[in-house]
Design a protein. Structure first.
Length: 182
């Protein structure tokens, strides 16, 4: 009994031929004509989507300032960075002050940056290195008006109030992306 394929694919010679160790070849000349398309997000993207964001609101509920703590999922791919930058741009376009706290290597530098969403748009950048103390940084609640946030003191107070079992978990190196246990 001879077997024949139900589907055969062929590559044009002027295009590189995709190939991997498992074999196979696929060529697409145009996007599929399908009515609904869904993409699964990575664990890092899901974490970034949930957001590490604190929103400060006016008494009437309108956001006036946002603190964004960058997660690895915010900078693991170009589209993640573009999505994060777009969210920040949207806040600034609505005159919402933004503070970004980026403490995750590798890639872009570690930093704290605050934006005064008034005119002209002004940024205040504090570059950091691993092991540096966090700065007292401005969080702009209105154009030209800010409250100083003592980030190191706030972090230290939060750390001191964690239970000893949680601190041991993080201090052991199991608290973040790490090598699997043997």
């Amino acid at each position: 009994m001879a077997y024949e394929p139900d589907v055969s694919s062929h590559a044009r010679e002027d295009r590189p031929r995709p190939f991997n160790d498992r074999g196979g070849l696929a060529v697409a000349e145009a996007p599929p004509r399908i009515k609904r398309v869904a993409q699964l997000e990575t664990e890092a993207e899901a974490f970034a989507r949930r957001g590490n964001r604190i929103v400060i609101r006016h008494a009437r509920g309108r956001p006036v300032a946002v603190i964004e703590v960058v997660s690895p999922g915010n900078k693991d791919r170009d589209h993640s960075v573009r999505r994060f930058a777009g969210q920040v741009r949207d806040f600034l376009n609505r005159s919402v002050g933004v503070m970004i706290v980026d403490l995750f290597p590798p890639g872009r530098p570690l930093a704290v940056v605050s934006y005064d969403a008034g005119e002209p748009l002004t940024s205040y950048l504090e570059p950091l290195a691993i092991g540096d103390c966090l700065p007292v940084a401005p969080l702009f609640l209105d154009a030209g008006y800010y409250v100083p946030l003592p980030l190191e003191a706030t972090y230290q107070a939060a750390w001191d109030n964690l239970g000893s079992d949680v601190r041991e978990f993080f201090e052991s190196g199991r608290g973040g992306p790490s090598e699997p246990e043997a």
